[in-house]
Design a protein around this ligand. Structure first.
Ligand SMILES: [Zn+2]
Ligand SMILES: [Zn+2]
Length: 191
């Protein structure tokens, strides 16, 4: 029984993570309404450095280095979720509290890891999986048009809140053309 409560709590927290990511990305990282630093690091610096098409992939080795905690405020955000873990624990028991903590934690780690790999042009184990091609293309379109596709990990928030786009008439990245990389699933339909 407690494993089912854990799984349901995990799934709920993961879906909630998508909604929170949408608002954080839109209202903190693309707005100066509340704070200036996330906007500067993300909307100004990250989007200028990784404009798509053309600059989506990091070029120089030093740009590919991973800077934990610099890319986003997501790890700090996980700590801010703590009242939610305790609320789940209080109302639904320990399995639920751990499920919510694990679900939000998995989302935060997913954001950090996937976002890093999306902008890395090297070969890695899941580069050519359809799932990764799909989610990376989803984010690449955001780097062309910053008012769409706010989700990086799981596009539920984009879908529910009306910013879900699968197609824009933009060129592929030169690295993908050169490497003859498979077309992302969204683009296969256009042929
Ligand atoms: Zn953005
Ligand atoms: Zn990005």
């Amino acid at each position: 029984m407690s494993i089912i409560i854990f799984i349901v709590s995990f799934a709920f927290a993961f879906c909630l993570g998508s909604i929170i990511e949408w608002f954080v990305h839109k209202d903190l990282m693309h707005s100066i309404q509340w704070m200036k630093t996330p906007h500067q690091r993300h909307a100004v610096e990250h989007h200028a450095e990784r404009k798509a098409p053309g600059k989506y992939y990091a070029k120089a080795d030093e740009l590919k280095e991973y800077h934990l905690f610099e890319t986003s405020f997501m790890p700090a955000l996980w700590i801010l979720h703590a009242p939610l873990f305790f609320a789940a624990y209080y109302f639904f028991g320990l399995a639920s509290g751990i499920g919510v903590a694990a679900g939000t934690g998995a989302y935060v780690i997913g954001y950090e890891v996937l976002h890093w790999y999306m902008h890395c042009p090297d070969e890695f184990i899941f580069r050519n999986t359809r799932w990764f091609q799909f989610i990376s293309e989803h984010h690449r379109l955001h780097h062309n048009k910053a008012s769409i596709n706010y989700n990086v990990v799981f596009p539920l928030g984009d879908w529910l809140l009306g910013t879900y786009y699968t197609e824009l008439p933009i060129d592929r990245e030169p690295e993908d053309v050169r490497n003859n990389a498979p077309l992302p699933p969204q683009r296969e339909k256009q042929i």
